[in-house]
Design a protein around this ligand. Structure first.
Ligand SMILES: NC(=O)c1ccc[n+]([C@@H]2O[C@H](COP(=O)([O-])OP(=O)(O)OC[C@H]3O[C@@H](n4cnc5c(N)ncnc54)[C@H](O)[C@@H]3O)[C@@H](O)[C@H]2O)c1
Ligand SMILES: CC(C)=CCC/C(C)=C/C=C/C(C)=C/C=C/C(C)=C/C=C/C=C(C)/C=C/C=C(C)/C=C/C=C(\C)CCC=C(C)C
Length: 585
């Protein structure tokens, strides 16, 4: 590492994790894996660690972004404290249990669990702390049931998916191959390089030197959106509507507003690493990462621990946090996994007079996406009039829409329906003969405000009624009478339990932007304060936030002198220069 320079800020100590990581590198073997069993469903019940007075890095929240960053920093030898206001980790990737059922709080369509390449970021997040979990491969990412009788299965096998799409749009074969080919081009460029912080010049120089063609290729796409590329190659309006839905289904915006880098990741990794469901539920991922973090000396995760304020030293640098109970934790750096609005907004964690002007720029460009209304149902298989096993052709994920005009706008359960039935893949989530249906649909917090408790309950019931009737008619005859019990979560529920402003799914472009170029990285304009999670590059998605976690840990480790970087002033000059150039675009 000719360009590397060790800044001499002392690091607290070398932990067992560091020694293990060093050993693993030396012998080029995978970190020790502990394959978690499905039966091991609940979090460790051991006595909680006492809140530390001071650590290298304090995290606000324990979503996937924070957990990945904390795990990576812990494995590099930093002392970390993760402070979570809720009773379990994971945020949007949390879970809840009722009557022997284990429900995923968010979607169950999990990317990033592949075995090969560098984009398998969930496998890697677990491996940083020596963990690994069993997963079940999903043969079909999603089955679309769309207007114009468009019934398309996205098979794990790329050629099978393409054949189905080309059969429906034979006149667009060339365009289909070009569009999805461009996605592969992005993915292959990402998947050959180590994925770290794009605001650490030493890494950028090294990665550019080692993979010049891949980097130039990514630069070609980084300022573009999927819709631009689709329209370069495709003319058929129904096919363009389909591509809008392909993007909307995970980015919650149409193709014109969806960054091409993210489309490349999603539309290729589903055929490369595949979609894989963690045995025992999505919550297993965060449970295992937490266990791994806590095995590292000086590292701890604390629940029911809500941060009320970020603290600053006399120079204006972040230096710790204050909890709602008045206690404080000092830290060399503070990392917020709360959304941008919850960190810097009105009543946010940073007091108004310290909010930097750059945050205003963020708000000019990004808005809060809607939330979801989530219908969690326990369903008796015997009362459904459709085969529920994979062998009988049932798929785990479905997306349903009745009218193209309602893709984004329809309220009250009349728009896009997302359906996850994780028990198709993992029967351990529910008692024998039972299934879990999680159906969610976009919903805005204003629809749920100002209601009396009775009106609120009635609105939830009406939502359930509308959605179940639509599903019964098109996909699951017998559903209504097969429901054993159900729980409905509104945008208010998401706000309350996930601590996300308005229950939002995350930031989306307000107008057409240049791809990912204006998405903020992990540093903020407040010294020693970083952000991680879906308010940072590259945005929403479990594996996307895992990327932000690795990037954040890398930048923080360089700033704390744990890993080598360019000499301080040069590093700062180049980082600021890159950031200014990017923001001008
Ligand atoms: N692929 C999928 O199916 C899937 C499933 C679930 C989640 N996701 C993704 O996960 C992403 C979100 O991840 P994220 O890392 O941004 O975080 P997150 O929003 O999931 O988690 C943030 C955590 O911070 C906690 N928190 C907020 N304010 C706090 C405070 N003041 N004090 C203490 N704790 C506080 C919250 O309780 C929450 O647990 C979403 O974009 C979503 O797409 C994807
Ligand atoms: C050297 C120089 C100067 C430049 C080089 C350029 C360079 C190296 C650029 C690098 C860019 C990088 C590293 C980009 C990395 C991007 C990544 C890792 C993007 C990852 C994106 C992942 C996404 C968007 C995943 C989304 C998944 C989601 C949201 C899944 C959720 C799904 C649902 C909510 C739908 C559920 C559906 C049903 C039916 C239930």
């Amino acid at each position: 590492m000719g360009l590397a320079f060790q800044i001499s800020i002392p690091v607290t100590r070398a932990t067992p994790c560091v020694r293990r990581a060093a050993l693993d590198r030396k012998h080029e073997r995978r970190p020790r894996a502990s394959v978690a069993r499905a039966s091991n469903l609940t979090s460790s019940k051991k006595t909680p660690a006492p809140l530390p007075e001071a650590v290298d890095a304090v995290f606000i929240g324990s979503g996937m972004g924070a957990l990945t960053a904390a795990a990576d920093l812990a494995s590099k030898g930093a002392s970390v404290a993760v402070l979570e206001s809720y009773i379990i980790p994971g945020g949007s990737s949390g879970w809840f249990e009722r009557k022997g059922f284990r429900f995923d709080a968010g979607a169950s369509m999990i990317f990033g669990f592949g075995e090969r390449g560098t984009t398998n970021l969930l496998t890697r997040a677990l491996a940083t702390v020596g963990k690994r979990i069993e997963t079940v491969p999903d043969a079909v990412q999603v089955r679309y049931h769309l207007p114009d009788e468009l019934d398309i299965k996205v098979h794990r096998e790329y050629d099978e998916f393409l054949a189905g799409l080309i059969k429906r749009f034979p006149h667009e074969e060339k365009g289909i191959r070009k569009f999805y080919g461009a996605c592969w081009s992005v993915f292959n460029s990402l998947n050959c390089m180590p994925l770290k912080s794009l605001e650490e010049p030493n890494y950028l120089l090294q990665v550019f030197a080692a993979h010049p063609i891949a980097c130039l290729n990514l630069l070609r796409f980084i300022g573009r959106n999927a819709g631009d590329i689709a329209r370069d190659h495709i003319k058929d309006e129904t096919l363009l509507n389909f591509i809008d839905m392909e993007c909307y289904s995970w980015s919650v915006v149409p193709a014109d507003l969806t960054p091409m880098i993210n489309a490349g990741m999603v539309f290729s990794d589903r055929h490369y690493g595949g979609i894989n469901y963690p045995v025992g539920g999505v919550g297993r991922i965060s449970e295992e990462i937490v266990a791994g973090i806590e095995e590292c000396d000086g590292c701890s995760v604390h629940f029911r621990t809500r941060v009320s304020k970020i603290l600053f030293d006399s120079m204006g640098a972040a230096c710790g946090v204050k909890l709602v109970n008045g206690r404080t934790v000092s830290a060399k750096v503070v990392i917020s996994n709360a959304t941008r609005w919850d960190t810097f907004g009105e009543k946010g964690l940073v007091e108004a007079e310290r909010v930097p002007p750059s945050e205003e720029r963020f708000r000019e460009r990004y808005v809060k996406s809607p939330s979801f209304c989530s219908l969690h149902m326990a369903v008796r298989e015997k009362d459904l009039q459709v085969g529920m096993s994979e062998e009988q052709g049932m798929d785990c994920h479905h997306i349903m829409l009745d009218d193209w005009d309602e893709i984004e706008t329809a309220r009250d359960g009349k728009g896009t329906l997302f359906v996850s039935i994780p028990t198709v893949l993992d029967k351990s989530l529910a008692p024998p003969g039972m299934h879990i249906f999680h159906v969610f649909t976009p919903s805005w917090v204003d629809e749920w405000e100002g209601l009396s408790p009775k009106e609120y309950r009635a609105k939830k019931e009406a939502m359930l009624e509308t959605v179940v009737a639509r599903l019964e008619k098109k996909l699951f005859p017998g559903l209504k009478s097969a429901i054993e019990f159900s729980e409905v979560g509104s945008a208010r529920t998401h706000r309350r339990y996930l601590g996300r402003v308005d229950g939002s799914y995350g930031p989306v472009a307000k107008k057409k932007l240049r791809g990912l170029l204006s998405m903020p990285f992990n540093r903020t304009d407040v010294d020693k304060l970083y952000c991680v999670g879906d308010s940072t590059f590259p945005g929403q998605g479990l594996n996307a936030t895992a990327f932000s976690g690795f990037a954040c840990a890398h930048r923080v480790a360089a700033d704390l002198g744990i890993i080598g970087s360019l000499p301080g002033p040069i590093d700062r000059f180049l980082t600021d220069l890159l950031s200014r150039q990017r923001l001008k675009l």
